[in-house]
Design a protein around this ligand. Structure first.
Ligand code: PMP
Length: 421
């Protein structure tokens, strides 16, 4: 039996379960911005494999650090014990973050980083003797697929089967010049019920790379802060250079109380998440009363091998070539966006840092899973490029090591698709 036949016999993949779905492509190795299939075909990974591979695939430096760690200490319970990698990673990351972030709580991935953040906020108020159970979030947000994270994600296909079980969330529109004052009033009316406001800073990734301005996010954050509402910046996707700066919050004037990280944290090598917070939040859980501690922690919390991968990824991230590459990709994206802006098949383009999104004209078809999405996905696969459209939005989100030649090939292929599809 081929690998694909064996896969189809035993595996339940995410999102691709429909009877009409194509069988998975067997990948045997990765190098730089490319993945290689069993049949030898090369695929340029233009989406960094679910937005995680910031340094490209199978990076030898990360591989070496992971191999060294696994031979020394592969795991240790993180309640009552600690290890060098976890401490060093927290020390170094906190140095890079907004100055009010003082404590790091390890989680397993993006969803659980969000889950921990929400639990911190809800319990923060309980520990302070207040019941605040409402959460503020943006329409169309995506924060993960565990129950808490799902609750604060805009109601969609992800949540449809569970809507009646989800938390009490007030959804608001993204802020702009026209609605900012109305949003502030809406928040003020509910303020004593709202525990926290969770947001994807500057870019709503899963919604289709929807971008909004730092100025209005700053205003909304400042308003929430003045009403005593805790701020959770979900940087799971935007963190580690995606938006051109280290973190999207670096564009914003107001400091969040809690930040969530995953994806780029280990450069796409191991699953790991991190939720950081202010001293004030941490202190609200520090008590003689055992019931005030945060009852949250997983078997693999702060796994030493994952921490070693994250430290190696961080070494590369702060190295000299990363920012240069981010700027190089940003400039090339901007030039390409300018070239195609007026094409009849393009409704709009948007770009920040290494993220370029292009909204395809769909005529009257407005369904998310329109035929266009699948057509585009397979068109690019046939050209050896992994581009997974979100509805009618094509986006490029490459590993930072992608070469100019590879980028030009992707742009050229998109240009052809614009004329042909
Ligand atoms: N938050 C954001 C902003 C995300 O983009 C994602 C994943 N797309 C998540 C949380 C969930 O992360 P994970 O898939 O690692 O659970």
């Amino acid at each position: 039996m081929s690998l694909v036949e064996r896969d189809l016999a035993v595996i339940w993949h995410p999102y691709t379960q429909m009877k009409t779905a194509q069988p998975p492509i067997p990948i045997v190795r990765g190098y730089g911005a490319s993945l290689y299939a069993e049949d030898g075909r090369e695929y340029i990974d233009a989406v960094s494999s679910w937005w995680v591979n910031i340094h490209g695939h199978a990076h030898p430096y990360i591989a070496q650090k992971v191999a060294e760690q696994i031979q020394k200490l592969e795991h240790v319970i993180f309640a009552g014990f600690t290890h060098e990698g976890a401490v060093q990673l927290a020390e170094r990351l906190l140095q890079l973050l907004p100055s009010n972030q003082k404590k790091a709580f390890y989680t397993d991935d993006g969803s659980t980083a969000v889950e921990a953040a929400i639990k911190m906020c809800l319990q923060y108020w309980l520990n302070k003797g207040q019941q605040r159970t409402k959460i503020l979030a943006f329409n169309n947000a995506y924060h993960g697929d565990t129950f808490g994270a799902m609750s604060v994600s805009g109601r969609s296909a992800f949540t449809a089967a569970f809507d009646s079980l989800l938390f009490d969330v007030e959804f608001i529109d993204l802020p702009d010049a026209d609605n900012i004052e109305a949003l502030k009033s809406q928040i003020s009316e509910l303020k004593s019920q709202i525990s926290c406001f969770i947001f994807e800073p500057l870019v709503q990734g899963s919604a289709g790379m929807i971008m909004y301005e730092a100025e209005y996010l700053s205003q909304l954050m400042a308003h929430c802060q003045s009403e005593g509402i805790l701020l959770i910046a979900d940087e799971v996707f935007t963190g580690f250079g995606r938006t051109g700066k280290n973190f999207a919050c670096d564009y914003v004037q107001v400091l969040p109380d809690i930040m969530c990280f995953s994806k780029g944290l280990t450069g796409g090598t191991m699953a790991l998440g991190l939720t950081t917070c202010t001293q004030a939040i941490y202190d609200a859980f520090l008590s003689e009363d055992r019931m005030k501690t945060l009852f949250h922690g997983h078997s693999y919390t702060a796994n030493p091998v994952a921490c070693a991968a994250a430290l190696a990824s961080l070494d590369l991230f702060v190295g000299p070539s990363t920012q240069q590459n981010i700027d190089r990709i940003g400039a090339k994206h901007a030039a390409f966006a300018e070239r195609i802006r007026d094409h009849r098949s393009i409704r709009s383009t948007r770009q920040i840092g290494t993220i370029l999104a292009m909204e395809w004209e769909t005529g009257n078809d407005t369904s998310y899973f329109s035929g266009l999405r699948d057509k585009l996905y397979h068109y690019f696969l046939d050209k050896g490029i992994i581009l997974r459209p979100l509805g009618n939005v094509i986006y490029i989100l490459p590993p930072y090591c992608i070469s100019d030649t590879q980028l030009d090939y992707i742009y050229q292929s998109i240009g052809q698709a614009l004329d042909e599809i």
